[in-house]
Structure formats: structure tokens, C-alpha cells
Design a protein around this ligand. Structure first.
Ligand code: ZN
Length: 215
């Protein structure tokens, strides 16, 4: 079990985000919103709001499954909201966020995906995991909606996710940390939080410092 790995990867992701700024995806996310606010990459980010948007920490609200995005959904509005959600996620040093974490009831998630040593904030609308590996791995996860707590969670190594892109439904395969983040967020859409699946739950200060660099 490698405690603190998630945080370490998160830090690496933040480092990459800072080093590579402006990212292609950051630009896209920023331009989709109303304001061009700078990202706040503080490690101890405690401001859980972006404009009127706030990260939901009420577990009862997080238990409500989200509904699929339909033809009737106003996509322009939805993408503007997703842009704000991405800013909120990055501001809070997160690597993923699900709709119900910002009080929305539609099925969408965002995730910081690492591909070819670059980071991109990816949007997944109506995501469904259609295939997964038999192999699993255990790693530490935290959740922006459950601040200060970490837990060891078993996840599939590889997943294939079907989701609605602007060009229609597509399937993509992800592995490792990318697959872990997507599984965490898809669980959110189904009303499941990582602590439901955690073999153990511990406070942030109990994550051994030496293991934070273990990834
Ligand atoms: Zn979460």
C-alpha cells in the first residue's frame, strides 16, 4: 500500500500545470467562462468557491445520483458551468470534480488527465465505464467534498469509458491514475463517495511524509 501517492501525484500535476502554463486545455477552459481569472495554485487552498459556485460537502446532497444529459439540456449553459467547475477544481488543487459536487444534477465530470507528459482538463458527459481490467490496485484518495480525510481505495487498473463528446458518443481507454480519477468521479455521479469504498480512512496529517514521494 502506498499511502500519500495520490497527493504526491497531485503535487506533480500541479507542478506540471504551473510549469506548462498556459496549457492548451487551461486556455480552452478559461475562454469558455465569463471571466479570465488567474488560477490559484495554493497547496493549502481553502477557498472552495468560484463566483457563486461552491464545492458541496453535505453528504446527503452527494448521495443523490445525477441524471443523464439529454437533448433538452442547454449545452451552452452546461459548458459555461463546466468551465467554472474546472476553475473551482484547480483553485482547490483538485484533480477531478463531479457535477453533484457543485450542486448540479446532470451527469458530467471533469478530470485532470495526464497524456504524453502533458496535463489536460478533460470533460466527460454521461460517462459510463463499459469495460475494465480484472487487475486492481490500492492507492490513497482524497475528495474535495470530504476535506482533510484520506482513504485507501481499490480501483481497476484499466477502464474503457463511453461518454458524449461534441461529435457524439465515443469510447476511450485510460489506465493508472487517470483511470482512478475517472472511477472516483463516476462513483460521485452514482451517489458514491470514495470513503464508502475505503479500506481505511485517516486524517491528512497521518499520511507519512516519506511516502508522499513514493509514486
Ligand atoms: Zn470526490
Amino acid at each position: 500500500m502506498r499511502r500519500g501517492v495520490c497527493r504526491q501525484i497531485l503535487r506533480r500535476r500541479q507542478h506540471l500545470l504551473q510549469r506548462r502554463r498556459p496549457l492548451q486545455m487551461q486556455k480552452r477552459v478559461l475562454s469558455s467562462g465569463k471571466q479570465n481569472r488567474p488560477f490559484n495554485m495554493r497547496m493549502d487552498g481553502v477557498d472552495r468557491s468560484a463566483g457563486k459556485m461552491r464545492i458541496v460537502t453535505d453528504i446527503n446532497k452527494l448521495r443523490k445520483p445525477c441524471k443523464p444529459v439529454s437533448r433538452e439540456t442547454n449545452l451552452k449553459k452546461l459548458y459555461a458551468k463546466i468551465g467554472d467547475a474546472a476553475r473551482l477544481m484547480l483553485k482547490n488543487n483538485g484533480c477531478g470534480l463531479a457535477a453533484n459536487q457543485i450542486g448540479d444534477d446532470k451527469q458530467f465530470i471533469i478530470a485532470v488527465i495526464e497524456e504524453n507528459d502533458a496535463l489536460k482538463v478533460r470533460v466527460f458527459v454521461n460517462p459510463t465505464i463499459v469495460r475494465h481490467s480484472e487487475e486492481t490496485n490500492d492507492d490513497v484518495e482524497g475528495c474535495l467534498s470530504i476535506p482533510g480525510k484520506y482513504g485507501t481505495v481499490t480501483r481497476w487498473n484499466d477502464i474503457t469509458v463511453k461518454h458524449l463528446s461534441p461529435a457524439g458518443y465515443i469510447t476511450e481507454t485510460y489506465s493508472g491514475q487517470n483511470a482512478r480519477i475517472i472511477q472516483h468521479e463516476v462513483d460521485h455521479l452514482n451517489g458514491i463517495v470514495c470513503m464508502d469504498k475505503a479500506a481505511d480512512v485517516f486524517d491528512a496529517e497521518d499520511v507519512p511524509e516519506e511516502n508522499e514521494e513514493a509514486a
